[in-house]
Design a protein around this ligand. Sequence first.
Ligand code: ADP
Ligand code: ADP
Length: 223
Amino acid sequence: MLTIKDLSKTYDNGVKALDNVNLEIPKGMFGLLGPNGAGKSSLMRTIATLQDADSGSIEFNGIDVLNDPQALRQRLGYLPQDFGVYPRISAYELLDHLAILKGLKNSAERKEAVEGLLAQTNLYQHRKNAVSGFSGGMRQRFGIAQALLGDPDLLIVDEPTAGLDPEERNRFHNLLVGLGEEKAIILSTHIVDDVSELCPNMAVLAAGKIVLQGNPIELTNNL
Ligand code: ADP
Ligand code: ADP
C-alpha cells in the first residue's frame, strides 16, 4: 500500500534524521518503533507531506507522494504528536468547523459525519462539552475523530498514548484496531508494548535507519 524507497533527510543544523529509509507498509496497523530522536516524527511528517525529503520516493496506492502532495492529503488523516488545539468551544462545534475546512459543505451530510465520528470515538455523550476540559484520553480520541474527517485511507498517529492511563490506553488501542480493518495506520511510538499488542507488522528506526522490519512475534522469537 505504502512504499518508501531510499528516503533521506538532513536538517539545516546538520542532523541526519532519515538515512536511506526503505519500508513496505501494508493495510492494517503498522508499528514504527524507535527511541526519542530516532527520526520517527521526521518520517511521519515527510509521509504526511508536511516537510520535504532530500532524496528518495514515497508511493501510496499509486500516488507519488513527494511530487503530488495534494493527492495524498486528500487520502490522509494525521494525528500529530502533542496535538495541541484544545479550544473552549464544544467538541461538536470544533469538529463541525474542521469538517467545513475539510470541504464538507452540505450541512446534513456534515451533521451525519460529525455525529458518526463522535459516536465512533466514544465522545458523543460529551459532544456539548468544551474540548479544553477533556481528559488526555478524550483529547486523543478527539484527535482521531478530526483525523478521520473525509474518511482517509491512510492514518498517521504519532506517539498517541504518551501520558494516558491504562484504561484510556486500552480504549485508544481498541479504537485503532477497529480502524485498522479498513485503513493503513502507521503508529509511531517508543513504547514496545503498543506495537507488540497492536501491530501485525512493524519496523524499528534508530538514528535515522531502519534496523529491523517484520512481524513483532517473529522478531522477538529471533532475539
Ligand atoms: P528544514 O530543513 O525542513 O527546512 P529546519 O532545520 O529549517 O527544517 O527547521 C524547521 C523548524 O524546526 C524550525 O522552525 C526550527 O527552529 C525547528 N527545529 C530546529 N531544531 C529542531 C529540533 N532539534 N527538533 C525539533 N524542531 C527543531
Ligand atoms: P523522534 O520522533 O524519533 O523523536 P525526530 O524526527 O523528532 O525523532 O528527530 C530526529 C532528529 O532530528 C533529532 O536529532 C532531532 O533533534 C532532529 N530534528 C527534528 N526536527 C528537526 C528540525 N526541524 N530541525 C533540526 N533538527 C531536527
